[in-house]
Design a protein around this ligand. Structure first.
Ligand code: KG4
Ligand code: ZN
Length: 338
């Protein structure tokens, strides 16, 4: 069953086709990064308009050049969480295609997409496991008993870690999205010149907090007044160290607590190499395996949406009511075993 996945929840217009026998057979993404860069974050209205303009050419030029539209049997689209207007563009496009091609469609939870992305290139979905989901909107430690059985053990009480990377990048005059920029700048930094405290790190909770960390960076910059490039690099490495250590500490605690045999890290911040190496070490110490999605499937993409749509294909329908939800907590999802 070839499944077309459609992702428009934020600032990436993405399409992909999943084939259960061969995996992802076509994939295209158009990033709006340049459109939003000057604003230091995503502008929802601009995002919706751009999705509207890019989605059809993306399908025609980058997907239908390798896949025959008549071979598609299911349409999966991100129905939430995300920017309301942007999600509606994806849903309307999915519905239009479903009507034209007489196909069933399914609205997929974007977070569940991130959770299952590591299994895209595996022969099987493996449960149970512990997942660290770290993106621009979420920082969560989730116990995954089975597909659809998600228990959130801990999450950020304020900013998501990706959001903190983005905000600190702005303070350092770096481009949006900040994560990759900070990682690059940190390579020139010296560890230990700055030390930022890690809120909640030693508290007896799996919850995390990142907004205080961002404020510490702000105060450090204010103290220096005119920071040199080296100061900025030293701050970048100190921030990255504090943020990734905060995540690693909580994951270690959760893995020790749950004793899950598999640790998965997914979401945009999972692209960070320092975080990857810290988590790899933790998994080794806890005798657990570790799995990351391919780099291109860490950040937003449609492959993960097509994949979850396929896994949940029994829930597909021919109803054309809007089910878009800006907020759609994981805990409200059902298990696929009913
Ligand atoms: O999953 P994603 O593409 O979109 C959301 O659903 O939020 O994640 C985007 C976030 C941004 O905050 C970006 O700065 C962060 O992931 N990110 C990184 C890295 N690459 C992307 N953070 C740290 N290090 C990176 N290499
Ligand atoms: Zn995402």
């Amino acid at each position: 069953m070839l499944t077309l996945g459609i992702e428009t929840s934020c600032d990436e217009t993405a399409l992909a086709v999943y084939d259960p026998e061969h995996g992802i057979i076509a994939e295209a993404i158009y990033s709006q990064i340049d459109l939003h860069a000057m604003y230091g974050g995503v502008v929802p209205e601009l995002a919706s308009r751009d999705h509207c303009q890019k989605i059809l050419p993306l399908l025609e030029n980058n997907i239908l050049n390798t896949v025959d539209i008549q071979d598609i049997q299911l349409i999966a689209y991100t129905a939430g969480p995300g920017l309301g207007g942007a999600l509606l563009i994806g849903e309307s496009f999915a519905q239009g295609l479903a009507i034209a091609l007489n196909l069933p469609l399914i609205g997929v939870n974007h977070l569940e997409g991130h959770l299952q992305a590591p299994f895209l290139n595996q022969n099987e979905v493996r449960h149970p496991l512990l997942t660290l989901l770290v993106s621009g909107g979420h920082s969560m430690i989730i116990d995954v008993a089975d597909l659809g059985q998600y228990t959130i053990l801990g999450e950020s009480r304020d900013d998501a870690v990706g959001e903190a990377f983005d905000k600190v990048a702005k303070l350092l005059d770096l481009r949006y999205p900040g994560g990759p920029e900070i990682e690059k700048l940190a390579q020139n930094g010296e560890l230990g010149v700055f030390n930022f405290p890690i809120p909640l790190a030693d508290k007896d909770t799996f919850d995390m907090s990142f907004s205080g960390l961002k404020t510490s960076v702000l105060y450090a910059l204010q103290d220096i007044k005119t920071p040199s490039d080296q100061d900025k690099a030293n701050i970048a490495i100190a921030f990255q160290e504090a943020a990734t250590s905060a995540l690693a500490k909580k994951v270690h605690k959760a893995l020790t607590h749950t004793k899950r045999p598999l640790l998965v890290c997914t979401g945009g911040v999972a692209a960070n190499k320092v975080l990857r190496s810290k988590l790899t070490e933790i998994a080794k110490n806890c005798a657990a395996e570790i799995l990351f999605p391919e780099l291109k499937h860490c950040t937003d993409n449609a492959a993960m949406i097509a994949y979850v749509g396929y896994l949940r294909r029994k829930e597909a329908s021919r109803s054309f009511q809007s089910i878009v939800k800006s907020r759609w907590p994981l805990k409200t999802l059902s298990s696929i075993h009913g």
